[in-house]
Design a binder for this molecule. Structure first.
Ligand code: MTE
Length: 324
């Protein structure tokens, strides 16, 4: 897109927004086919700055308003340098150092299994499938740390509805990329590759389950699961599978990679639950990355990571100690 720098009559939005920011956004929006995004969406994107090196991906303030978190957002630097993405190594710093070898384009996600309308979606088709929203969610890792991140995406249910799952579709299985050429961590047998995750159908259809393409108003950095991942804020972070290539509707409960590797430690549900300790450590409290120093007081962990009002009903009547 050609941009003139000396126009005499700019639209109003350029007068209330720094010109460079405004022009960058217009270019990015046009490139993504999202030129109809509202001014509010643009304001949101500006509120939580990203790294400034990746294409912009703004989202309108989410209608799932009750899920908004009024806590300080983790800095972009912290959220993109302290990661778990074992396909690039097991050290927290490995993904940021090594994930440049991941190629997020071209990218295809196949939707298959028990559904009337299976399909292969390329990334551009997925980006246009529904309106982008920005949702500030807590992410609580099973290891005892947490972050607050402004994700950009839309409810996973939007994609699921398009596939028209059959009555036999009781669960959804997510398969993520496993390509030795792009992912040096696959040489290690720390997990059985590809990284697999699963959800019960009603969990996957819950409006909080986010099919995620961006964070901080920009597309996902590779280390955070580019180009598409899920984010399930009420579950431990490992359920939020990164760099997804396949979504499959199945009748039987799928096994996740972590469940497969240590079933006594990582259950299928993995809802954040401070009353159920991990066999090797307590889950009563957590360390907020960036805010709390190593010796600072930890904060108490919350049932369903603070989303109990929204998701508690999904588990009514279940023994959550057994179904951990
Ligand atoms: N997805 C894949 N494919 N591989 C992984 O190793 N790690 C999980 C999850 N998704 C992981 C993954 C874990 S343990 C966590 S805590 C979150 O990603 C971390 O997401 P973040 O780095 O964006 O904070």
């Amino acid at each position: 897109m050609l941009i003139r720098t000396t126009a005499l009559h700019e639209p109003l939005s350029s007068e209330i927004t720094p010109r460079r920011v405004y022009l960058n956004r217009r270019t990015a929006l046009a490139g993504l086919g999202l030129a109809t995004a509202s001014p509010l969406a643009l304001a949101q994107a500006q509120a939580a700055p990203g790294g400034g090196k990746l294409p912009k991906l703004p989202g309108a303030r989410s209608a799932v308003a009750s899920a908004m978190v009024m806590e300080k957002v983790t800095s972009y630097a912290d959220a993109t340098s302290y990661n778990n993405f074992y396909e690039f190594g097991t050290d927290k710093a490995d993904p940021a150092e090594r994930a440049h070898t991941l190629k997020p384009r071209p990218w295809t996600v196949s939707v298959e299994g028990e559904c009337a309308k299976p399909g292969r979606y390329d990334l551009d088709a997925l980006l246009k499938l529904s309106a982008m929203e920005e949702r500030i969610y807590r992410l609580r890792c099973v290891e005892g740390w947490s972050m607050v991140i402004p994700w950009v995406g839309y409810s996973l249910s939007e994609l699921i509805k398009k596939a028209e799952p059959t009555g036999k579709a009781k669960f959804v299985e997510f398969t993520t990329l496993a390509d030795r050429a792009q992912m040096p961590g696959l040489r290690s047998s720390v997990l059985d590759w590809p990284y697999l995750e699963g959800l019960r159908m009603d969990e996957a259809m819950h409006p909080l389950a986010l099919l995620t393409f961006g964070m901080y108003g920009e597309v996902l950095p590779n280390q955070n699961g580019a180009p598409v991942r899920i984010v399930l804020p009420w579950k431990y972070g490992f359920k939020s599978a990164k760099s997804i290539v396949k979504i499959r509707f199945v009748e039987k409960q799928p096994r996740s990679s972590w469940e497969e590797s240590a079933p006594q430690e990582y259950g299928f549900y993995s809802n954040v639950n401070p009353t159920v300790a991990h066999p090797r450590w307590s889950q009563l409290s957590e360390r907020r990355i960036g805010e709390d120093g190593l010796f600072a007081k930890k904060r108490p962990s919350l049932m369903f990571n603070g989303y109990e009002a929204q998701v508690g009903q999904l588990y009514a009547g279940m023994d959550l100690k057994r179904n951990f």
